[in-house]
Design a protein around this ligand. Structure first.
Ligand code: CP
Ligand code: NVA
Length: 310
């Protein structure tokens, strides 16, 4: 994967996915000793462009590059004003003269595509309106830790067919995990993403299903996952969406309709009391902070694979 970009889960092969997950676990468990980890990106620099706020993505990338021996530079919305003060192309051509990796969290997916087109160094999508690939990699590390093999297990996403749902659906399809999304009409995942996932699923035997009834959806679920009803940039729709999505709240009653040993997942930040109740986030079934921690190991694996000496 050296020298390539990571813009979507869609672009990854099954074997690349396995390499990313396996390598992250080796870093996490110190099968690769800390001293060796510090040499992987020795003296390298990561530029982190953020058009939107972040806790986990920023801290995991900045800590991750530091642990690999490198250095991260945070470029917030007011620092470079992507596309307003300067075009994405000019930003990419400037940054690649000075840094070794670029990570960007953007509104329009096209912005990260343009950065990747112009930059001679690898570009990583740290969330766009289309996908959140680094989140999905961390989440599937978490699923592996709690559930073992992916094949034949069932992941149910309850809520909006958004960026996070897209990346999870594609990942599941590629590794042979059954994926169901329960969402209201009008909030389905994008058709092109579903088509892509179905094509991958034909090869791996995964089922890709869209349901309206959350109770039907979670039957037999090993993993119940939710995300905010209004993503960053959709704040003006929050009130309208709160009414439409109310039947999709993950509460103890819905969790009880999944397998008894099902885990609860959320990429965070959670809007407690909206898409999920406190009772569920704070329950013994919840692995939300494992997911958050695994963002660090996932980012280290991604950066090492794209720019490292491995
Ligand atoms: N899950 C996630 O991407 O969190 P942040 O928005 O805090 O980075
Ligand atoms: N779907 C959410 C994910 C946040 C990490 C958003 O795009 O705001």
């Amino acid at each position: 994967m050296k020298g390539t970009d990571l813009l979507t889960i869609s672009q990854l092969t099954k074997s690349e996915i396995e390499t990313l997950v396996d390598y992250a676990i080796k870093l996490k468990t110190f099968v690769i000793p800390a001293e060796k980890q510090r040499k992987i990106l020795d003296g390298k620099t990561l530029a982190m462009i953020f058009e939107k706020p972040s806790l986990r993505t920023r801290v995991s990338f900045e800590t991750g590059i530091f642990r690999l021996g490198g250095h991260g530079i945070y470029l917030g919305p007011n620092d470079i004003s992507l596309g307003k003060r300067e075009s994405a192309g000019d930003i990419a051509c400037t940054l690649d003269r000075m840094v070794d990796l670029i990570m960007a969290r953007v509104f329009a997916h096209d912005s990260v595509v343009t950065l990747a087109e112009y930059a001679k160094v690898p570009v990583i999508n740290g969330l766009s309106d289309l996908e959140h690939p680094t989140q999905a990699i961390a989440d599937f590390i978490t699923i592996r830790e709690h559930k073992g093999e992916y094949a034949g297990k069932k992941l149910v996403f309850v809520g909006d067919g958004n960026n996070v749902a897209h990346s999870l659906m594609l990942f599941a399809a590629k590794v042979g995990m059954n994926f169901t999304i329960a969402c209201p009409e009008g909030y389905d995942p994008m058709t092109s993403v579903v088509d892509d996932a179905e094509k991958c699923a034909e090869k791996t035997g995964a089922d890709i299903v869209i349901e309206r009834d959350p109770y039907d959806a979670v039957e037999g679920a090993d993993v119940v996952y939710t995300d905010v009803w209004a993503s960053m940039g959709q704040e003006s729709e929050s009130e309208k969406r709160a009414k439409i999505f109310a039947p999709y709240r993950v509460d103890s009653k819905l969790m009880a309709a999944a397998k008894p040993d099902a885990i609860f997942m959320h990429c965070l930040p959670a809007h407690r009391g909206s898409e999920v109740t406190d009772e569920v986030v704070d329950s013994h079934q919840s692995v939300v902070f494992d997911e958050a921690e695994n963002r660090l190991h996932a980012q280290m694996s991604i950066m090492a694979q794209l720019a490292g000496k491995i």
